[in-house]
Design a protein around this ligand. Structure first.
Ligand SMILES: [Zn+2]
Ligand SMILES: [Zn+2]
Length: 374
């Protein structure tokens, strides 16, 4: 039986030669770019048109840039939107984009500091304002974090404020023993740093670069780690427990589509740090749950993209738990804790919250504690 014929014209514009298969359709490069850009364009419409928000005054959004594929592509797309908005002097005021990078070398010493990329990003995207901070600046931006670290860690750990911030962070991170807990706690600290910066800059919300594939991996990993109740605000558009709107404009796109998009703009190649997959030979038991899920979604997602799309869509139908601020929040990860009778949760209403902080660690965070991990 002869294979399906490749059409000699793009199935969208019917003019150019097809060069890519986009969700079973043979299309040209221009049509591919248009399709991929349109998804986040729709998802940021409310901010562009300032729907249900004041028409005047600032509307700042924070984009955390990790120099990964997704956040770099998102920055490229949103910057184009802002350029287009600014060409229309009488159009809606739209939004401003603040970009925050956490110096990658301060998260993982194996990654170079990427300073040239920072200056290049500033040059490529002049409509955005850029800030870079080291990971340990979390102690300055989020002054409670030292106390929370002491409550979370095992009894022999004590946050020593006499150390430099860099050393304080190193000592704390070194006290966590398992791969899963390390990645889990790093993600929480990174999230807290980003949130604290967004709050300081009076942002309305945060635009995250996660693609559909990434959101599916995050959903599965969170459930596996007992963070099911935090799934909704971590993967859905809407209010987070931190009083900031979370938005995932790339949620309808697959990693492979972002990779193709990035390849059309060679200047992006200098910004993006290639994602190092743990080698196939790495023993599964040495991988964190997050890494395992990313590996799973990447391999299975290529075979069955619809299944992964389903994971994220199903999760986003769950009712957002972040919308209400009624329940007590976990001191570490910020998730709302529901079961007031649970031994590890003490309601804030007791009025003794300051010295009772240690009891306000949610089940999932408590489970990843160094002394309990196995
Ligand atoms: Zn076309
Ligand atoms: Zn927690």
């Amino acid at each position: 039986m002869p294979g399906k014929e490749i059409p000699d014209r793009c199935m969208n514009c019917r003019e150019a030669q097809p060069a890519f298969i986009l969700r079973t359709r043979h299309v040209c490069q221009d049509c591919y770019v248009r399709f991929v850009k349109y998804k986040p364009f729709k998802r940021t419409e409310n901010y562009r048109l300032r729907r249900n928000m004041p028409q005047d005054g600032p509307c700042k959004l924070l984009l955390p840039l990790s120099y990964g594929l997704s956040s770099t592509v998102l920055l490229h797309m949103l910057h184009e939107q802002i350029e287009a908005m600014r060409l229309k002097p009488h159009g809606p005021k739209g939004y401003e984009l603040l970009v925050l990078t956490i110096d990658p070398s301060t998260i993982s010493p194996t990654i170079p500091s990427h300073d040239e990329a920072f200056s290049l990003a500033e040059k490529l995207f002049p409509q955005c304002s850029f800030t870079t901070v080291p990971f340990h600046s979390i102690f300055d931006l989020d002054p409670n974090i030292g106390e929370v670290m002491s409550q979370y860690a095992h009894a022999d750990f004590k946050d020593q404020t006499s150390l430099s911030n860099q050393e304080r962070l190193e000592v704390f991170r070194a006290s966590i023993s398992t791969a899963t807990s390390k990645v889990d706690i790093d993600n929480i600290l990174i999230n807290r740093l980003i949130v604290a910066f967004a709050q300081k800059m009076e942002c309305r919300g945060i635009v995250w670069g996660d693609s559909d594939s990434k959101l599916a991996a995050k959903t599965l990993a969170n459930v596996a780690k007992g963070r099911g109740s935090a799934v909704t605000w971590q993967v859905c558009d809407g209010m987070s427990p931190f009083g900031l709107e979370y938005n995932f404009p790339l949620r309808d796109l697959f990693t492979v589509e972002l990779r193709n998009y990035a390849s059309f703009f060679p200047e992006l190649a200098e910004l993006i740090i290639p994602h190092e997959q743990p080698s196939e030979n790495t023993l599964t038991k040495n991988l964190s749950i997050d890494e395992l899920m990313v590996r799973y979604v990447l391999t299975q997602g290529e075979k069955y993209p619809g299944v992964m799309l389903n994971v994220t869509r199903t999760a986003s139908k769950l009712q957002s738990s972040g919308a209400s601020s009624a329940g007590p929040q976990c001191n570490l990860c910020g998730a709302l804790t529901f079961d007031a009778n649970e031994a590890s949760v003490a309601p804030q209403a007791t009025g003794q919250h300051s010295d009772n902080l240690s009891s306000q660690i949610c089940y999932a965070c408590a489970r990843s504690r160094p002394d309990l991990s196995c």
